[in-house]
Write a protein that binds this ligand. Structure first.
Ligand code: NAD
Length: 496
């Protein structure tokens, strides 16, 4: 039985918490650990440690900070399999997928190794006679990162390397469902030479989140989770005067035009619909097929679904269980609801054979046909292995569907027509677009984020927007002593 506790000021927390949550192995359905759930006072301890470390950390040279980033990158790369095993044990996703998320997180650490370049400002000589002007970017102070259950390593890593490299100190509040990865990474940061207090982890639930949102010493909040909580975090955090970026839920459409390579599209629909059991914010859940190719595409998808192996993520299966029993049951409830609403249940995931403990939180890949825009299958973010086919007559109808949806995280188009793809990328109201790429997660040097109800705030994660989010700009205008000076002038400064 594991016990996950907070990581404060460079070491595991020594206190005795009042509340604890249970951590499950979703593949066996068994409780495998406990996690401390922080009280407001425990959050205060973590924020105090971060605040105490800030002034020294921001003075550390860029050279030294970069060395810490490189050291962390090397340590995490060397131990990524251990981290992947922790993720699989708590989340259920298959080991290869867990390793994939660690790798995507590592890419942000690699991006942050370039922090000296990323923080470079501009310099203009002689903006006025013998006057120079230049811009610099400075850290904010203590920043909070609040992350969801589905990417226990990658989502914290979207923020930590950039925030830390830019000179901030951090309090991370991971999901209480998958807490182990955060402490593993915090220990590696320490080993890499990060001073105590620069990165702190508090485990917990709403009580911890609310304290972080209200704490006067927290300058900024990066949140990732479901849309209702993202909106709440954004509103409460900004009301308290903080800078907030809150990434929310999604309903991602994959549009297939009649000229698409249907084998490529079928593979993509399977990978993006059922990878990580559909528990990805970039998962495809709405397959929008422009007729007349729906029958042919569905036949190819069904054929592929029959070959998928569902089971324990440690057994080399294609897809693992859902994260909790409650979530499994919620996702499964959409199967009956879909049939009642009039959709055709083509493949029923409840009938799938499982290579794993029967007490695990299983639900096999499910396919619906004949889904329409009014059905809960389409209107709700299901966040499970349920793929809905919507048949439309034209490209315009497909675009209307995507643009009429309240979410705008990711989308993809499958076609052989470059002109149609170019038109789609131009017209679609979604933050991340794939062209014959079903899960278009941007590289670390671009920024990750959706539009509409998928993101509250102005800044996307990592890339240039991430650097801007974690820093404040300053512009300096300087004149060095010169034998001549202009004398008193009460007019507004202008160049001459
Ligand atoms: P969630 O919203 O339930 O939880 C996210 C975080 O908020 C967790 O740390 C949790 O402890 C905290 N939280 C939960 N309820 C709260 C409350 N009432 N008040 C304050 N804090 C609260 O999300 P989840 O179930 O962990 O993750 C899945 C969701 O995250 C999906 O909706 C998915 O689309 C979304 N997600 C979005 C992105 C993105 O980049 N847009 C990435 C990953 C996941």
């Amino acid at each position: 039985m594991t016990h996950t506790t907070h990581w404060i000021d460079g070491r595991p927390w020594g206190g005795a918490g009042e509340r604890r949550g249970e951590v499950f192995d979703p593949a066996t359905g068994q409780v495998t650990g406990r996690v401390d759930l922080a009280s407001p006072a425990e959050v205060d301890e973590a924020v105090a440690a971060a605040a105490g470390a800030f002034h020294a950390w921001r003075e550390v040279s860029l050279t030294r900070r970069t060395q810490v980033m490189f050291a962390f990158r090397e340590l995490l790369n060397a131990r990524k399999k251990e981290l992947a095993a922790i993720i699989t044990a708590e989340h259920g996703k298959v080991l290869a997928d867990a390793l994939g998320e660690v790798t995507r997180g590592l890419e942000v650490a690699e991006f942050a190794c370039g922090i000296p370049h990323l923080l470079k400002g501009g310099f203009s000589e002689n903006v006025s006679t013998r006057v120079d002007s230049y811009s610099i970017r400075q850290p904010l102070g203590v920043v909070a990162v609040i992350s969801p259950f589905n990417f226990p390593a990658m989502v914290p890593m979207w923020f930590l390397p950039v925030a830390i490299a830019a000179g901030n100190t951090v309090v991370l509040k991971p999901s209480e469902k998958t807490p182990g990865a955060a402490d593993f990474m915090a220990a590696l940061w320490s080993e890499a030479g990060l001073p105590d207090g620069v990165l702190n982890v508090v485990h917990g639930d709403k009580a911890a989140v609310d304290r972080l949102l209200d704490h006067p010493d927290v300058e900024a909040v990066s949140f990732v989770g479901s849309t209702p909580i993202a909106k709440y975090v954004y509103e409460r955090g900004t009301r308290a005067g903080k800078r907030v970026q809150a990434l929310g839920g999604a309903k991602n459409h994959m549009v297939v035009l009649p000229d698409a390579d249907l084998d490529l599209a079928a593979d993509a629909a399977i990978n993006a619909g059922f990878g990580s059991a559909g528990e990805r914010c970039m998962a495809i859940s709405a397959l929008v097929v422009v007729e007349p190719v729906a029958d042919a595409l569905i036949a190819k998808i069904v054929e592929r679904m029959a070959r998928l192996r569902i089971g324990d993520g440690r057994h080399g299966c294609d897809m693992g269980p859902l994260v909790t029993l409650a979530h499994r049951d919620r996702v499964a409830s959409y199967l009956d609801a879909g049939v009642e609403a009039g959709a055709e249940l083509v493949v029923d995931g409840r009938k799938q054979g499982i290579d794993g403990d029967e007490r695990g939180f299983w639900l096999g890949p499910t396919l619906f046909d004949g889904v329409t825009a009014e059905m809960p299958l389409y209107t709700d973010e299901i966040f499970g292995p349920v793929l809905s086919v919507l048949r439309v007559p034209t490209y315009e109808a497909a675009l209307d569907l995507v643009n009429g949806n309240p979410y705008g995280n990711g989308t993809a188009i499958f076609t052989r027509d470059g002109g149609a793809a170019r038109r789609f990328q131009h017209e679609v109201e979604v933050g991340m677009v794939g062209i014959n790429v079903p899960v278009p997660v941007p590289m670390a040097y671009y920024s990750f984020g959706g539009w509409k109800q998928s993101l509250f705030g102005d800044s996307h994660a990592h890339g240039t927007e991430g650097v801007h989010f974690f820093t404040r700009g300053k512009v300096v205008t300087s004149r060095w002593p010169d034998p001549s000076h202009g004398g008193i002038n009460l007019g507004f400064p202008t160049q001459d």
